[in-house]
Design a protein around this ligand. Structure first.
Ligand SMILES: [Zn+2]
Length: 244
C-alpha cells in the first residue's frame, strides 16, 4: 500500500517518538557529563545513607532516596543504550552542501521531474544542508538512471573518494546515485514510489543510514515506503548529523 503525499498524517503519528528521540540525542551527546553527574550523585547518596547528613537519617527516607536514584538511573540508561544514530560518521567534500549534476540518462529515462522533486524535499530543513543542481564542472554528486541485473534493487548510492569507492563512514569526495528503471517497472512503481526511492537515495548521499524497520516513521527505511518526504525523524537525524 502506497499513500499519496500526506505529511500531516505522519507528523501527528510521530510527535511522541520525536520527543523521545530528542531525549535520546541529548543523552547520547552528554554521556560523559551524565556519567560524572551520576557518579557524584552516588557518592552523595552513600554519604546520606551513612548518616553524614542527618536530616534524612531515618530508614524510610534513605530507602526512598535510593529508589528515586535507581529509577532515574535505569530510565536514563535505557534511553542512552537505545540511542542509536541512523547516520554515518565522516563528512563530504562540501560538508552537506551537495552540488548535483544529472547524467544524460536521467532525461533519457524520463526521471528529471522525479529527481527535481526529490532534491527539493531535502532543502530548507537545515541551513547546513542543501542539494542544488550545478553545472558539471562544479558538481560533487552525479545522478544516473539505468538498469541492473541485481534482483530487487531499485536504487543505489555509491560513496566515492579520490581513489574510487570508499566506506560509508569515510570522508566522501562525491557520490553517485543510481535509480534502476527495470526493477521499478517490475514492481509496478508509481511516480510517487519512484520519487520516494530518489528521496531515500539522496538521504544516503547526505550521510543518512537506514532507519531500522522497527524504528520511527522514516523515508530511510528499506523497502517500498508509504512516505515520500523526509519525516520529522529524518529531519532530526539530518540536523543531528550536520547541525541546524
Ligand atoms: Zn537505502
Amino acid at each position: 500500500m502506497v499513500s499519496t503525499d500526506s505529511p500531516p498524517e505522519y507528523i501527528k503519528y510521530n510527535i511522541n517518538t520525536e520527543f523521545i528521540n530528542s531525549i535520546k540525542v541529548l543523552v547520547s551527546k552528554n554521556k560523559k557529563f551524565l556519567f560524572t553527574y551520576f557518579k557524584n550523585s552516588f557518592i552523595i547518596l552513600m554519604q546520606i545513607i551513612n548518616g553524614r547528613f542527618c536530616n534524612m537519617c531515618n530508614w524510610i527516607g534513605k530507602i526512598f532516596l535510593v529508589r528515586i536514584f535507581l529509577i532515574v538511573l535505569v530510565t536514563l540508561s535505557v534511553f542512552s543504550t537505545s540511542a542509536s544514530a541512523d547516520y554515518h560518521s565522516g563528512t563530504t567534500s562540501t560538508g552537506g552542501h551537495a552540488k548535483v549534476n544529472y547524467s544524460s540518462s536521467v532525461a533519457t529515462y524520463g526521471y528529471t521531474t522525479i529527481y527535481n522533486n526529490a532534491i527539493n524535499r531535502w532543502n530548507g530543513i537545515s541551513t547546513k544542508v542543501s542539494v542544488k543542481k550545478a553545472s558539471a564542472s562544479y558538481t560533487t554528486d552525479t545522478y544516473y538512471v539505468g538498469t541492473t541485473s541485481v534482483a530487487d534493487r531499485t536504487g543505489f548510492m555509491q560513496p566515492m573518494g579520490t581513489r574510487g569507492s570508499v566506506c560509508l563512514d569515510c570522508t566522501w569526495t562525491y557520490t553517485r546515485i543510481y535509480l534502476y528503471d527495470n526493477n521499478m517497472d517490475k514492481f509496478d512503481y508509481t511516480s510517487t514510489n519512484r520519487t520516494a526511492t530518489a528521496v531515500h537515495e539522496i538521504g544516503h548521499s547526505l550521510k543518512l543510514d537506514h532507519t531500522p524497520s522497527s524504528g520511527s516513521t522514516s523515508i530511510m527505511k528499506q523497502g517500498r515506503t508509504t512516505n515520500t518526504y523526509p519525516t520529522i525523524y529524518d529531519k532530526g537525524q539530518l540536523k543531528a548529523k550536520w547541525g541546524n
